[in-house]
Design a protein around this ligand. Structure first.
Ligand SMILES: C[S@@+](CC[C@H](N)C(=O)[O-])C[C@H]1O[C@@H](n2cnc3c(N)ncnc32)[C@H](O)[C@@H]1O
Length: 256
């Protein structure tokens, strides 16, 4: 059974712990790696990251009148994928780490947003903690989030906030690392997490320990079905998921 009550964990282990441990660490890590984040992502995913984000956008029911909230949007990868494939009315790109959003804003200003000329009338950026969002109820038609929820110590609070700010009938589309269901692929994946991710991180940033954390947080994150249960416990319906890369990544969709 999934505990629907809010409680905070250490996102590196999944064990109960004060929120500050994970929040300070996440702020430090993403401030340190903000400049190299995009190149790391490209290489460590074997250039699959854009395809996965494009699939996230395909699964999102975006129309020309959609107001979209991109949660934990970092350097803008999801927002830029949306701008490439769809033309919503507005996207609010949000993140907890100011340095990540600064990179996103610079990319927009430099025309370096996945070859998209981002319309600054359509995209805004704001520092926001997803666990406590400063938005009215029923404000957005679609919420997107990629690789964000894993880094949050109070995941149930974040999921409930996402549901609260969605309009009734609105959809949450959440991409996250997950668990390959087949044992052989799972074994290779675990080896990659143990050795590959820290090695890529060392190569791009010189901060091997930050990437040991990223790998640990991936291993500690609930598998597909358990995350479905968390979404249901947060009040969502029509919960479904699609595996990518043998289930190493999954996109969950859920409707308010
Ligand atoms: C791995 S990055 C993902 C960035 C982006 N979504 C992408 O796909 O490239 C994770 C992001 O989650 C953000 N994050 C962590 N905790 C958060 C929170 N409580 N609220 C909002 N963002 C958070 C971090 O600052 C970081 O930018």
């Amino acid at each position: 059974m999934t505990d629907s009550k809010s409680h905070t964990i250490d996102t590196a282990t999944g064990k109960e712990a004060p929120a500050e441990i994970s929040e300070e660490r996440v702020l430090n890590i993403f401030t340190e790696i903000a400049e190299q984040y995009e190149r790391f992502n490209r290489s460590s995913s074997f250039h699959q990251d854009h395809k996965w984000l494009d699939r996230l956008v395909e699964l999102a029911p975006i129309t020309s009148s959609s107001r979209i909230l991109d949660v934990a949007g970092g350097t803008g990868e999801v927002t830029f994928a949306i701008c490439r494939k769809a033309h919503p009315a507005h996207i609010l790109l949000t993140d907890y780490t100011p340095a990540m959003l600064e990179v996103a804003k610079r990319r927009i200003a430099a025309g370096d947003a996945r070859s998209v000329n981002v319309d600054t009338q359509v995209v805004d950026a704001q520092v926001v903690d997803a666990q406590k969002m400063p938005f009215e109820d029923n404000s957005f038609d679609v919420v997107t989030m990629a690789y964000g929820i894993r880094n949050m110590p109070d995941r149930m609070a974040a999921l409930r906030e996402i549901r609260r700010v969605l309009v009734p009938g609105g959809t949450a589309c959440i991409l996250e690392f997950s668990t390959p269901p087949r044992p052989v692929e799972r074994a290779f994946y675990n080896l990659y997490l143990k050795w590959g991710i820290p090695a890529w991180g060392q190569h791009y940033t010189g901060k091997r320990e930050d990437f040991v954390y990223l790998a640990d947080s991936i291993k500690a994150f609930p598998a597909q079905e358990e995350f479905c249960d968390m979404l249901r416990a947060a009040g969502f319906g029509h919960v479904a998921y699609e595996n990518l890369a043998f289930g190493a990544v999954a996109i969950h969709t859920a409707v308010k």
